[in-house]
Design a protein around this ligand. Sequence first.
Ligand SMILES: [Zn+2]
Length: 270
Amino acid sequence: MINQSPTWPRNTQCAIALTFDLDAESVWIADDPANIDRPVALSQGRYGPRVAVPLILHMLQEMELPATFFVPGKVAEDHHETVQAIAEAGHELAVHGYTHVSPASLSPAEEEQSLIRARDVLRTFTDEVVGYRSPAWELSPHTLGLLKKLDFAYSSNMMDDLRPYQHPESSVIELPVHWALDDAAHFWFDADSWNKKIATPSEVREIWEGEFEGIYDLGGAFVLTLHPQVIGRPHRLRMLREFISFMDSHSGVWFATCAGIVEQARSSLA
Ligand SMILES: [Zn+2]
């Protein structure tokens, strides 16, 4: 971390990426294939493209902020108009598998085909598709090699740094993440087990503010991972808007897409 740190644009203290994993129904089907016959389970996922994304796009437009949407290829096919609206608003689209199945459960050939197929779908919406976040943040032993082979610019999966870094002997830049900065880790409700209460926005905001201030002081990259079907409930969206304003009140913050942050990191690490 100390020896290989990117420098940010002039007058920038901290880079901020707002990222949205648009899982829709795919995460429920991957979680349990039987959910394909459970309309209510699927409806929880459908809330993302149907209600949450329009609200999120409206908020981003009002706040004049860029974002990165990681979208499974199948979701982009099933919710074409929603993904078209994201692309037309100028946000980045990046690969999140073809389905939401973990790459760790695929053969190397299946994983490669999934990456290619997913990227091809997203390229029908936008020319630049350069990033990859795996479903559920699991990589196989082959993933990083495949990203290099397929000319992906970045991965946003690892949890071993607070700043982007370049993978050894690879052109792939890592944009690190963490469960603490993932809305689902706090708000996800498992109706099968009822083993965890739904967090309040104030609890989550306390964690996110502490993380942001620490990463800001260290001059890192703050990568917030959000899921439209999770963060898109009205009480959480209100907290998100307030939290973004809180970050924006700091001097030298740079809101950018993941691709933008990675491009800057690559040029300063070279
Ligand atoms: Zn996901």
